[in-house]
Every structure is written in structure tokens, then in C-alpha cells.
Ligand binder design. Structure first.
Ligand code: SR1
Ligand code: MG
Length: 410
């Protein structure tokens, strides 16, 4: 029996070269391959495999037994199955917006997929202000299509429950429940904040009883509302762009959860891109750095059109896909959509706060060079996050988010 068939172990670059030659038909058996581990995420190992002679390349992603960010997180490598099955499904629901997936191995907990090395991570593109116009509409469509087409009133009830069972994902949900909805809201030892931001949290976050109760409600919704299949970690590092082309990656956090969660997570990450540019603007020698001001405006417009496109596509799809007389009616649709938008605003607030206070930070914030501007952006992010959580029922349109970004003062 081959060493790849018996039991699971984590592979090196050399092992991956041997693995793909032995266990797949993607390369000729005598191909000379170069393999490089290129993963920069918090969880998995990502190998780029190149056959230079044939100009062919693929990505192999293997789930390790512990998270890369911290060995405190032991997570089942079965998340690789969830990612594979979600990619397979998304290749049917949104075929142009996800990488192609070729093979899954349940013993080695790895999957093979399309190489996207010629794409840029959206977070990086946004930080450079080098943004392809229109990506936000594609992702708004992706979210709306996914949450409508996997929901209870569109699927057959038995099919929906079978999918809910297929994508039960307790370990990764446990991470989100802890890192997004719990730890940032108390003085948890795992939190990671500067002295100044810690003092801000002591004053404005960790003892705010009303806020804590709101977050508890959002967490309860995350744990109990099995409304739609969601990505579960849809930040700007989970999206690749190349020209007009957009791909959503890293589906391992997927499960049946609240339909507004992905919309909210991505909203927060667009706000991080905005805060990054605001900090650059404040730090620039010229008071009116017109290039940065343009980028700030552009990111704000992107957020507005992201939200408005989502609402429009959601309503259209709902009206087309829902056949039930009651559920397709205006009153049901209005309530259902409002709940999704409130949950999205709440999730956006929690994502903003957790990426600033909790263990898993984002480079939009950490790359701000000046410590005082980093702290300024962090406190502003927490303030915006609180507003989103506490007033979540008020965020229904792009214009509402424009108003949020105009709020000043910490
Ligand atoms: C232990 S994993 C930390 C974070 O990285 C992932 O990308 C998720 O965002 C998770 O919360
Ligand atoms: Mg991820």
C-alpha cells in the first residue's frame, strides 16, 4: 500500500511532488515538478505545483491538525472535505466565481484546485488603491445567489435538511463563536491590543453591558439560525481579483447559518480598506493628498454599491425562485430581508472589533506604519463597530453606510 493511502500526515514540498505524480492524473508520470508552500493564512498549508515544461500548475491545499496562527486551536482536518464539497457545489451555483476543483483525498485531507497565482488578493489590491471596478457587484451577486438558492423556501425541505447535515461544521463554528462573538468583548488573555487601544477597550468596550447583550443575541443567531449555506469567513483575503475576474476561495468555514453573516463580514473588511486609506491620508505630508482622498471616496462608493446591489439582486432572486404564495409576498420578503440586513450590520460590527481586538488581525490595520495612526484607526474601527452592533436595525441601504463612515470622534 502506498504511504499516501494508509493514514493522514502533513506533507512537505517533496512529499507533495511525489503525491501528485502518484495519486492524480494531472501530470505525466515522469514530469519534473517544482513545489512551493505559499500559504499565508491562519489555518492550512497551500502548495503551488508547477510543471514548467508543460506550462501547467495546480494548487494543493492540505489541512493541518492544528491552526498555523496558534497551536491552541486543534481543528479537525475534515474541514478540507467541507471546503471541497462547498467548492463543488459553488461550481454549480456560481461557476465563474470560484476556483475549479479537481480532486479530494479523505485520507490525506487535501484537495487539488485551480492555480490562481496570476490573481491578486483583494485586500492587497484595495490597500494599493488598485481596485477593479465592479468586483463588489459580482460578490454581492455571489452572496445573494448563494443565500437565496440554498434557503428553505427554495430547496425541497428534505434536500435542505440533508445539506444542513452535510455541512455541519462544529469545530470551525466554535472558532468563530469564540474569536468573533466572545473574546474581543472581554479582557481575554488571547486578545492582542496596544497599550492605548487596551485603555480604549477598558473605557468603551469591555464594560458596556448593553453592547454585550447585543453581541450575545448576534452570537445566538449565529449558533441557531440555519437559514442558508454561507461562506463563514468572507473577508477581502478570501477573494482574488484579476481585471474583471473575481474568485472566492477558502470555503472551509462554510455551514448553514444566518444569511446576513457573509454580507456583514465583507462589509467590515471594506471598511478596513477605508480606514487604511484614511490613516494614510492623515499621515501624508500634504494636508490634501488628492490621490488618497480619491481612494477613500472610491472605497466608500464601492461599499455603497455593494450593499445596494445585494438588496436588488436578493429581491429579484427571491421573487423568481420562491414559489410559496405566502413567502413570496411583499410582507414576508420585507421582514426577511430586514432581518438579513440587521444581522449583516451586527456581523460587520463584530468583525470590525474582533480583527482589531482579538487574535486574528488584518494587514489593512497592522501595515499602518505610525503607531499613533494605527491606534487612531483601531479606536475608530471599534467605535464604528459599536455603532453597527447597537443600531443594526438602521442599516438598510448603501446610503446608511455612507452616513456611518461620516461619523467622527472616538
Ligand atoms: C484560528 S483561525 C483564526 C481566524 O483565521 C481564519 O481565517 C478565520 O477568520 C478565523 O477566525
Ligand atoms: Mg480563511
Amino acid at each position: 500500500m502506498s504511504r499516501f493511502e494508509e493514514t493522514y500526515w502533513t506533507m512537505t514540498e517533496e512529499d507533495v511532488a511525489a503525491y501528485v505524480l502518484e495519486r492524480t492524473n494531472l501530470f505525466e508520470k515522469n514530469a519534473t515538478l517544482s513545489v512551493k508552500e505559499i500559504g499565508d493564512g491562519n489555518l492550512n498549508y497551500v502548495f503551488l505545483i508547477l510543471d514548467k515544461a508543460k506550462q501547467k500548475s495546480f494548487i494543493l491545499k492540505q489541512a493541518g491538525p492544528v491552526a498555523r496562527i496558534s497551536e491552541e486551536f486543534r481543528v479537525s482536518p475534515d474541514r478540507n472535505r467541507i471546503e471541497y464539497e462547498l467548492l463543488y457545489l459553488q461550481n454549480q451555483l456560481n461557476p465563474t466565481l470560484v476556483p475549479k476543483v479537481y480532486q479530494y483525498d479523505a485520507v490525506m485531507n487535501c484537495l487539488l484546485m485551480e492555480d490562481l497565482s496570476e490573481y491578486t488578493i483583494l485586500r492587497t489590491a484595495l490597500m494599493c488603491g488598485d481596485v477593479t471596478v465592479g468586483w463588489q457587484k459580482k460578490i454581492a451577486d455571489f452572496i445573494a445567489r448563494t443565500i437565496v438558492l440554498t434557503s428553505d423556501y427554495v430547496l425541497h425541505p428534505k434536500e435542505k435538511k440533508a445539506m444542513q447535515k452535510q455541512f455541519i461544521n462544529p469545530e470551525l463554528c466554535d472558532i468563530t463563536e469564540a474569536l468573533v462573538f466572545s473574546e474581543p468583548f472581554w479582557n481575554c488573555p488571547r486578545n492582542d491590543v496596544s497599550k492605548l487601544v487596551r485603555a480604549y477597550c477598558e473605557r468603551n468596550l469591555w464594560h458596556d453591558v448593553v453592547l454585550k447583550q447585543s453581541v450575545a443575541k448576534l452570537k445566538f443567531g449565529f449558533m441557531t439560525k440555519a437559514q442558508s449555506l454561507i461562506h463563514g469567513d468572507l473577508h477581502t483575503g478570501s477573494i482574488f481579483v484579476r481585471g474583471n475576474d473575481v474568485k472566492v476561495i477558502d470555503h472551509e468555514f462554510g455551514f448553514y447559518g444566518p444569511s446576513g453573516f457573509d454580507l456583514g463580514t465583507l462589509t467590515a473588511n471594506i471598511i478596513f480598506a477605508y480606514l487604511h486609506q484614511e490613516a494614510l491620508q492623515l499621515g501624508s505630508f500634504h494636508l490634501e493628498n488628492s490621490h488618497t482622498l480619491f481612494k477613500i471616496q472610491q472605497i466608500e462608493n464601492t461599499l455603497v454599491s455593494f450593499i445596494d446591489e445585494f438588496v436588488q439582486v436578493f429581491v429579484t432572486l427571491w421573487q423568481q425562485a420562491v414559489l410559496d404564495d405566502g413567502a413570496s409576498g411583499a410582507s414576508f420578503l420585507e421582514d426577511y430581508l430586514n432581518e438579513i440586513l440587521s444581522d449583516a450590520a451586527g456581523a460587520a460590527g463584530c468583525e470590525l472589533i474582533r480583527r482589531i481586538v482579538g487574535i486574528a488581525h488584518v494587514s489593512d490595520m497592522t501595515s499602518i506604519e505610525s503607531e499613533s495612526l494605527r491606534d487612531w484607526a483601531a479606536c475608530r474601527g471599534i467605535m464604528l463597530g459599536k455603532l453597527l452592533i447597537l443600531n443594526r436595525h438602521q442599516y438598510r441601504t448603501g446610503k446608511d453606510y455612507r452616513r456611518l463612515l461620516a461619523v467622527r470622534g472616538n
